[in-house]
Write a protein that binds this ligand. Structure first.
Ligand SMILES: Cc1ncc(COP(=O)(O)O)c(C=O)c1O
Length: 414
């Protein structure tokens, strides 16, 4: 047994090097490990690889950008053509009128940017006391302090305190909780942040009317509404953004992951007029926020090539097929009593395992059957495949789960 020099994210630091699976190559919705085992990538790596692996269109476009200008910073007076093009693309695709795009390199940075922009907006408007952030239970908003504080997964927060103090958590499904919080604290709320479909917390679509009512409450009380679309953005529901799918206009949208399908790290915030009108008002005001790699042209080249593929190959049309084959397949397993529940919408789904069946063990059994899915907590298995996945591979995802469940000792004796 040996210890890897690589300290892994979201893993046991005590894990030995032999416990890791070394992925060596990919193609479409398939990846291979160093022992030449083949897997269906049932989670698009980590909810991001929408156009699939080994897309030479992206590789070539990135290489041609790098050959001309690998990067030049965009602080202060500098810009580049590639970031301007991708910003124009996102602003046109997002259902937020007259928006502008702030770029980051990750979802966590995007969330912290949106939280800072919300507080900045109220402070510049003469209301620094309006600084509370509202998050929802079970939500995931990344690991930097803003998103870590706002998220509703307490295990991720353990030992990392103190967190940002002015955060309220509301129920993720029952809008009455938001209504009573606004009634009590409305004047101090800077923003509400919500994943339209909660992903990393176990895949929970919103209850009917929830997002619409949240929009109304924010408008009534002068708070900003941030949609965290780090998973749902760039096609997961068959639209560029879930905001369009649910027909709700937020004030800001955070995105990352599928904007490049993960070929290079890129994220950002769609910033709407409720923020822009305030920060643009004083011509001398300087936005003192930004990352060294905000507006990185090579990352934006990956994003332009990626979005071109999503369009040219009509990949959003695959989303109803994923819903039918994975969503429909899981529903049948629920009917058959093999699962407790299934949840999801569009291209993102989860299965709740029977009592006593551990999700990591089921994940391992699925790996042996050639499918990668993600265990969440004790009892959930999530699917979020590349949009290029074939019908056969979708069926293989469900079959591997069904097989793994029936092979599980406690299920056999149940
Ligand atoms: C909804 C949501 N927000 C934020 C993040 C954080 O993104 P990153 O890991 O790129 O920092 C994630 C990552 O899974 C996410 O799902």
């Amino acid at each position: 047994m040996s210890r890897s020099p690589f300290l892994h994210p979201f893993a046991r630091p005590a894990a030995q090097a032999e416990e890791f699976i070394t992925i060596v190559r990919g193609d479409g919705a398939t990846v291979w490990d160093d022992k030449d085992n083949e897997y269906v990538d049932g989670l698009a790596s980590l909810w991001y690889c929408n156009v699939g692996h080994a897309r030479w269109e992206i590789v070539d476009f990135v290489a041609s950008q790098m050959a001309v200008l690998e990067n030049y910073n965009t602080f202060d007076i500098f810009t580049n053509e590639t970031v301007e093009r991708f910003a124009a693309f996102v602003a046109a695709a997002a259902p937020v009128p007259d928006s502008r795009i702030f770029f980051t390199s990750s979802g966590s940075e995007a969330v912290d940017t949106a939280i800072k922009l919300a507080r900045l907006t109220h402070s510049l408007s003469g209301h620094p006391e309006r600084n509370a952030i509202v998050g929802r239970k079970n939500s995931y908003h990344g690991v930097t302090y803003g998103g870590l504080s706002a998220q509703g997964l307490p295990l991720n927060q353990e030992h990392f305190g103190p967190l940002i103090e002015t955060v309220h958590q509301i129920d993720a499904q029952d809008i009455a909780d938001a209504e009573s919080l606004f009634a009590q604290h409305g004047a101090s709320i800077a923003a509400v942040i919500a994943e339209p479909v909660q992903g990393a917390g176990g895949v929970y679509p919103p209850s009917p009317g929830y997002l619409q009512r949240l929009r109304e409450l924010c408008t009534e009380h002068g708070a900003l509404l941030i949609f965290d679309e780090v998973i749902t953005g760039f096609g997961r529901l068959g639209t560029w953004f879930a905001a369009e799918f649910y027909d709700v206009v937020p004030d800001m949208i955070t995105f990352a992951k599928a904007c490049t399908s993960g070929y290079l790290p890129l994220g950002g915030v769609v910033v709407g007029s409720a923020v822009l009108d305030v920060i643009e008002a004083d011509p001398q005001f300087i936005l003192r926020h930004g990352f060294t790699y905000s507006g990185h042209p090579t990352a934006c080249a990956a994003a332009l090539a990626n979005t071109a593929l999503l369009l040219e190959e009509n990949l959003f049309d695959r989303v109803p097929v994923i819903a039918e084959r994975i969503g429909g397949g899981l529903a049948k397993l629920v009917e058959a009593g093999a699962l407790v529940e299934s949840r999801g919408v569009g291209g993102i789904w989860s299965a709740v395992l029977p009592e006593g069946m551990a999700a990591p063990a089921v994940r391992n059994a699925m790996l042996e059957r050639g499918v990668i899915a993600r265990p969440i907590g004790a009892s959930v298995i999530a699917f979020c495949p590349p949009l290029v996945i074939s019908d056969e591979q979708l069926d293989a995802c469900v079959a591997a789960l069904a097989d793994s469940i029936s092979a599980f000792p406690s299920y056999r004796t149940a």
